[in-house]
Design a protein around this ligand. Structure first.
Ligand code: DAT
Ligand code: MG
Length: 184
């Protein structure tokens, strides 16, 4: 079975309401593996890049303003079927329509303050976490030596944006203590 990864983020209202532990706990208890975690003040351009598919919607400016209004908690979670399962744990975009038992169903009321983000596809999970960009940079490094400094500058800037939420070295691979390979 294919192991996927998803980008989960506690939005500023979730941090401010003291819901970080509760939200992390739901993914831990489900049985997914945490591979990245940080508290982070999101800059305007990253928020716009993350939500670029919603550019042009009437709520876009307010959404960006909200995402940069205070620190967020960025997480990468890994597991079989993790993307769809995380969306189920999170619940519908409008918390009033989210089922009880889901994070939004239990903890939120407003669409514009729905406490948590989760990637909507495995491709977006990779894009949002940043692995696609790391791969792209590795293959592009081959061509870089032939480029002039100016295009190189723009390339590095582009990769910087494409990486979205995590940089190389911020993600960890690890094996659970109960794994057979670690038994004495
Ligand atoms: P989701 O976060 O469930 O993936 P989305 O990707 O469609 O939902 O939208 C991203 C965020 O934008 C969402 O969490 C809250 C905000 N949003 C979406 N639709 C909205 C609306 N009609 N009014 C206000 N905010 C909205
Ligand atoms: Mg979405």
């Amino acid at each position: 079975e294919q192991v996927d990864e998803t980008y989960i983020m506690v939005k500023p209202d979730g941090v401010q309401r003291g819901l970080v532990g509760e939200i992390i706990s739901r993914f831990e208890k489900k049985g997914f593996k945490l591979t990245g975690l940080k508290l982070f003040q999101c800059p305007q351009d990253l928020a716009e890049e993350h939500y670029k598919d919603l550019k042009g919607k009437s709520f876009f400016p307010k959404l960006i303003e909200y995402i940069v209004s205070g620190p967020v908690v960025c997480m990468a979670w890994e597991g079989v079927g993790v993307v769809a399962a995380a969306r189920k744990l999170i619940g519908a975009t409008n918390p009033l329509q989210a089922e009880p038992g889901t994070i939004r169903g239990d903890l939120a009321v407003q669409t514009g303050r729905n406490v948590v983000h989760g990637s909507d596809s495995p491709e977006n999970g990779k894009r949002e976490i940043g692995r696609l960009a790391l791969l792209a940079s590795f293959t592009l490094v081959m061509d870089i030596s032939r480029l002039e400094p100016l295009p190189l500058f723009f390339l590095v800037r582009y990769l910087n944006y494409a990486a979205l939420w995590f940089k190389e070295g911020e993600l960890c691979q690890w094996t659970p203590a109960q794994a057979p390979s670690l038994r004495e």
